[in-house]
Design a protein around this ligand. Structure first.
Ligand code: TNX
Length: 526
């Protein structure tokens, strides 16, 4: 911390960035909007601090990415990934070479850079090259994303001179996708990972099971995926992921420093499981599969021992597939489970998670039962959530449960922007881009100190989102705002300034082929 504070003393803190496009010498400014922000000003999420000035670095045909000193294979891999991201169609080859002496992009891990934390970095751009220094390879990767944004949309060109010193405000910056209501493939979800990493999102939560579908193969209960996965909302064929596919997603995300949090929603939202195995039902009869959009009608049979064998075996296989810390066990909208049964069930399910060496994550309804020590609660309330429900969550946070904030009327990506939005729902109200961005996670729940907030997450529920195009329309651009709320310092959060940064991302999202919502509250320039 001391190092960072000392460094900050010499830097202009965010908001004071004052270079002009002319000073930055952005050689190909033409492919960013006219009267555009300077490259430093358009960074999204806004960094902790920037000191712009001095001549910058121009990529040339011979530019290389250098790693070292003593960089292991992980730093090299970060270099290769970054080269792949930076290389435009006609850009330089950007080979990755060992040793940081010489011109080029120099990636260096320095364990003594305590002030940069687990994901922070410092990027210095000057005529001799660009230095990215971090305490961890993850920090180098995040710094590499900043470098991408400092370049013109078309790829390697000139990076203006200056220093960015940056680290996230919150440790957890997530996006969730529901592949249960409508099925999506691993390839489609990987594409989402690619679309999120430029904005420094570090967690992908996958809602794997619900009433309408069970989407992950479980060896000890094969009918869950085979039968329970063969359907979806509206009667489509559905589908499921094999373990191999799931591992592939986890590895792909992991290489980009995105942690995958799997969710098995219990004891409600379980019709697909109940339909697959009669023995999981209290009356021993399997219900039909479900293709509607109601919630809150299904429950595992809390009184049956067989239910706990199911929980144990499913979570055991899931833990084995999960390198990350968290297993999400749902716990929301268990309207068909009496309160005492709910608490009893969640006690046992949480014990199972603990036995497999993982940390419980659950929707905030767990606060009304008995959250296990350390359990992370995901708050999805909204401005009309009752004072009593809110008080339960506040009390849990005060008792030491870290919170993930996903307020439904701010960051539920399935909420329509406005009445005319085609896909999506509106039970939490319409959520225009400005509303989605305009709240402060550190001060959102009265009585919850910022230190109790582990981070933020934007869920995309898919009852009424059936295609990848609809998914992109709902997620973009709102998910960028969530990324900024999770990363940027509180002092940087300002809608007017943000809306200009967001507008500058328009051509970048276009270049990535993202079909985003051209919301009228953003000053898009083209
Ligand atoms: C509430 S959020 C749900 C989901 C729905 C969503 C639709 C939560 C934990 N439960 O089951 O898909 O609303 O917006």
């Amino acid at each position: 911390m001391r190092v960072l504070r000392r460094a900050l003393g010499t830097l202009l803190v965010l908001g004071a960035v004052s270079c002009t496009a002319a000073q930055t010498g952005d050689a190909r400014a033409g492919d960013d909007p006219p009267a555009a922000l300077t490259p430093f000003e358009r960074l999204l999420p806004a960094p902790l601090s920037v000191r712009a000035g001095g001549p910058g670095y121009s990529f040339g045909p011979g530019t290389v990415i250098r790693t070292g000193p003593g960089a292991g294979p992980e730093v090299r891999r970060v270099g290769e990934l970054l080269a792949g991201q930076l290389r435009g169609p006609d850009g330089p080859a950007l080979p990755v070479v060992a040793g940081v002496r010489g011109d080029g992009i120099r990636l260096r891990v320095d364990g003594a850079e305590d002030g940069l934390g687990d994901e922070g970095y410092r990027l210095v751009s000057a005529p001799g090259g660009i230095d990215i220094v971090a305490r961890t390879p993850a920090g180098l990767f995040r710094g590499g994303q900043t470098l991408r944004q400092l370049l013109p949309v078309s790829g390697p060109g000139t990076v203006p001179g200056g220093t960015v010193t940056d680290r996230p405000r919150f440790a957890y910056r997530g996006a969730m996708v529901d592949i249960a209501r409508h099925f999506f493939t691993v390839e489609q979800v990987k594409r989402y990972v690619d679309q999120l990493v430029p904005y420094k999102v570090n967690t992908l939560h996958v809602h794997l099971t619900d009433d309408q579908g069970w989407r992950l193969a479980i060896d000890s209960w094969p009918r869950l995926a085979q039968y329970g996965g063969a359907g979806e909302v509206g009667g489509g064929p559905g589908g499921h992921w094999t373990k191999e596919e799931y591992r592939e997603l986890v590895a792909y995300a992991g290489e980009r420093y995105v942690d995958v949090v799997p969710e098995i929603d219990m004891p409600g939202h379980t019709n697909a499981a109940l339909a697959s195995y009669a023995e999981l039902n209290c009356d021993g009869k399997a219900p039909p599969r479900y293709t509607g959009v109601k919630v809150g009608f299904s429950s595992l049979c809390v009184a049956k021992e067989r239910t706990y064998a199911f929980v144990d075996e499913v979570l055991g296989e899931l833990a084995e597939l999960t390198p990350g810390r968290h297993l999400h066990i749902g716990g929301d909208e268990a309207h068909a489970t009496p309160a005492a049964d709910y608490a009893a069930f969640m006690d046992r399910a949480q014990q199972v998670v603990g036995r497999y060496g993982k940390t419980v994550m659950a929707w905030h309804q767990l606060a009304g039962a008995r959250p296990a020590p350390g359990a992370v609660l995901q708050y999805w309330g909204h401005d009309r959530t009752s004072a009593a429900d809110r008080a339960e969550v506040v009390a849990a946070a005060k008792a030491g449960h870290p919170l993930i904030l996903s307020p439904a009327d701010r960051v539920y990506l399935d909420m329509k922007y406005e009445a005319a939005t085609g896909p999506g729902l509106s039970w939490a109200g319409y959520v225009p881009v400005a509303r989605s961005y305009s709240w402060d996670p550190g001060a959102y729940l009265a009585g919850v100190p910022e230190s109790a907030v582990l981070g933020v997450e934007a869920p995309l529920w898919t009852e009424n989102v059936a295609t990848r195009a609809e998914w992109e329309l709902m997620a973009f651009p709102r998910v960028l705002g969530l990324a900024e709320l999770g990363w940027s310092p509180a002092a940087a959060l300002d809608w007017t300034a943000y809306s200009r940064r967001l507008a500058a991302q328009g051509p970048r999202m276009e270049a990535q082929g993202i079909g985003f919502h051209r919301s009228p509250d953003v000053p898009w320039t083209r």
